[in-house]
Design a protein around this ligand. Structure first.
Ligand code: ZN
Length: 257
């Protein structure tokens, strides 16, 4: 990932996703917003207790810095609901759709629809099929890993849009690394089949779990990119729920353009 600055707002991009014409994406960080501590400063979530004025100002700032289109958010709840946005069913009535509908993954083939996932330690995993021109963005915390939400999304991309998993490119945004993913109660929380991804006595490598689940779903290993940046180790750049508990959420989005 490399740093980009536009309209005084800093964010990151994956070089691997930059080479495709007609594709845009961004991984936000916590810098350059207006929210006061503990949401300082570019909080983009309305569900964490930040005040509305700061949130609206941040959303507008983000919109201006990253360009037009419709920014689609969902109510993320660590489930496995996937929202599909197709050309014939999409009604772009607002620039920012905050979404009352619960979903932890978005898939679309509609240009200018920015699939946005908010995180603070969980993974946002962005997917792209360059041939069918389909994008997806997945909110994947440990519950999502246990439920293999990534495998479910790849299978929906295949079923609904005839994507070939071999062509799909994936990028894992900054999230909790194996250094900080400590699960003291892992024997009751994490199913046994994920125990091979345990590091030391009770840490887990959820990056490797995601890579494994994507490859199991048919992606080629060389097309799964990981930022390798741990949010908890970098609280100056990213929001981290584990580091701060009461904190904001940063956004990652992917879109066709
Ligand atoms: Zn860490």
């Amino acid at each position: 990932m490399h740093l980009v600055t536009r309209q005084c707002v800093r964010f990151f991009q994956f070089s691997a996703l930059n080479g495709f014409p007609g594709l845009t994406h961004a991984v936000g960080c916590r810098l350059d917003g207006t929210s006061k501590p503990p949401y300082d400063s570019m909080n983009l979530s309305q569900g964490v207790g930040d005040n509305t004025d700061s949130l609206v100002a941040n959303r507008n700032r983000w919109l201006q810095a990253t360009g037009g289109g419709v920014h689609v958010y969902t109510r993320q709840n660590h489930g496995t609901t996937i929202r599909i946005i197709k050309r014939d069913s999409f009604d772009a009535f607002e620039k920012i759709q905050t979404g009352s509908e619960s979903a932890d993954a978005l898939i679309s083939d509609v240009p200018q629809v920015r699939l946005s996932i908010l995180t603070a330690d969980c993974q946002a995993v962005m997917l792209f099929d360059p041939e069918k021109r389909v994008v997806a963005n997945v909110h994947c915390g440990w519950r999502g890993s246990v439920a293999n939400i990534l495998g479910r999304v790849v299978s929906r991309m295949t079923r609904e849009f005839h994507c070939n998993p071999h062509r799909i490119i994936a990028a894992i945004a900054p999230s909790l690394g194996p250094c900080c993913a400590e699960f003291i109660d892992y024997k009751s929380e994490i199913p046994r089949y994920l125990w091979p991804f345990r590091v030391g006595s009770n840490h887990f490598d959820f990056w490797r779990i995601s890579q494994h689940q994507l490859v199991e779903a048919g992606l080629l290993e060389g097309r799964v990119y990981n930022s390798g940046i741990c949010t908890r180790c970098n609280p100056h750049l990213f929001f981290s729920y584990r580091a701060e508990r009461e904190t904001g959420r940063f956004v990652s989005f992917i879109a066709l353009c």
